[in-house]
Design a binder for this molecule. Structure first.
Ligand code: PLP
Length: 407
């Protein structure tokens, strides 16, 4: 097992050296996007300064080098999530794009009026709206799996919703607004028993839990690089090869074709059939370094360190009068969503900002979830591997000050 040394980890993230209003940055907005280690940042600089070239197109040195590096990331992801084959990894713009890809290809091709899709009450908008757009085009029905007051999926209700009309279940692995870790493996098994396919929204899961797509038996899994120490605007879709083979292309353009004529066009093999146009090359290459960094520190170390922070933060938040944690699932990751009586979340975020603290307030792109939990917005502190107990102490200090001022 590799060593977890928080002092060296903190030094790997140059943004943490930034001063905000002259104060040390305390970055607690990791569920929105996390900071990048130096190796990720350097790889982007290196690509543009020494290696700019397109991929899969040129026979010259730089193009071959860029292609090799780009394809190395595919192999890295394959082993990181234990996919059967590198063909099952499609580069996209991120989780949203991956889910839209499935809706626009698998959904449009294979789902028809009368079919049902299940999503849960705790989904991010990007796992709701693509299905609503698809429903408009196809007449499929979207049904919602309810959750309890703690923020956990009700498995009996889920079971009751599954029937022979259910063709797809699309559920988040870890909730961005509550931190709940859903029993995805069990849910996939239940969906498969009814013959439904399962899409896992793993946006928040990749850097906070070990994912093995074969063990989960996931049909689709979507994620974004920027929530796992990588750059923005890039991510991937994992899908079983047999499904990708049957699915029509997503977008048309360069790279996804075999032979083009005005009479008939044939398409490239997997995975390229789904990768039209010049991709985010530096982003894909940087994702390699993000995964390498996670592997170097060790996911198990990260999970246990973040859990320690979660327990500490949960305990310390109790010191704030009138504070209620929103999302108290038995299994959760290091996300602390809360509401404080008589203090508006936006006032709180503006106030804590002056202390150099970056926290998020709002509906976290999960408006139906906010409604279910009986709040319009929450304040969210989301922790990552480079946060410390001292960061939490400073948050508590600022919250106590806010209490004095706003009450
Ligand atoms: N799903 C979840 C659970 C998320 O937290 C997010 C982003 O916050 C998304 C989907 C969408 O990710 P992206 O904006 O990177 O496409």
């Amino acid at each position: 097992m590799s060593e977890f040394n928080i002092n060296t980890i903190v030094k790997d993230f140059p943004t943490l050296e930034t001063k905000i209003y002259g104060k040390r940055l305390i970055y607690l907005d990791n569920a929105a996007t996390n900071l990048k280690p130096r190796s990720v940042i350097n790889s982007i600089h290196e690509y543009y300064s020494q290696g700019t070239s397109n991929v899969h197109r040129g026979l010259h040195y730089l193009s071959e080098k860029a292609t090799d590096k780009y394809e190395m990331t595919r192999d890295k992801i394959k082993s990181f999530i234990n996919a059967r084959d590198r063909k099952e990894i499609i580069f996209t713009k991120g989780t949203t794009d991956s889910i839209n890809l499935v809706a626009a290809t698998y959904g449009l091709e294979f789902l028809k009026e009368g079919d049902e899709i299940l999503v849960s009450e705790m989904e991010h908008h990007s796992n709701i709206v693509p299905w609503q757009l698809l429903a408009k085009k196809t007449g499929i029905k979207i049904k919602v799996i309810p959750i309890n007051d703690e923020g956990e999926i009700l498995l009996e209700e889920y079971e009751a919703l599954l029937n022979e009309k259910t063709k797809l279940v699309s559920v988040v692995y870890i909730s961005n607004a509550l931190g709940t870790i859903n029993p995805i493996k069990k849910m996939i098994e239940m969906a498969h028993q009814k013959g439904a396919k399962f899409l896992v929204d793993a946006a928040q899961a990749m850097a906070h839990t070990k994912i093995d797509v074969q063990d989960l038996d996931a049909d689709f899994l979507a994620f974004s690089a920027h929530k796992m120490l990588g750059p923005t605007g890039v991510g991937a879709l994992y899908a079983k090869e047999e499904l990708l083979e049957q699915m029509p292309p997503y977008q048309g353009g360069g790279d996804m074709i075999d032979v083009v004529s005005f009479e008939k066009t044939t398409f490239n093999d997997l995975p390229y059939k789904f990768e039209a146009g010049t991709p985010n090359i530096s982003g894909v290459i940087a994702l390699f370094h993000a995964i390498e960094y996670l592997e170097k520190i060790g996911l198990e170390n990260i999970i246990s360190y973040e859990d320690e922070l979660l327990q500490y933060g949960t305990k310390r938040l109790q010191e704030i009068d009138g504070l209620k944690i929103i999302g108290i699932a038995k299994k959760k990751t290091s996300i602390l969503s809360f509401a404080i009586k008589d203090i508006h979340p936006h006032d709180l975020a503006t106030f804590t900002d002056k202390f150099g603290i970056a926290i998020r307030t709002g509906h976290h792109c999960a408006q139906p979830l906010m409604k279910r939990m009986g709040v319009v917005a929450t304040t969210r502190a989301s922790l990552s591997l480079y946060n410390t107990k001292k960061d939490i102490d400073e948050l508590i200090y600022a919250l106590k000050k806010a209490e004095e001022i706003f009450r």
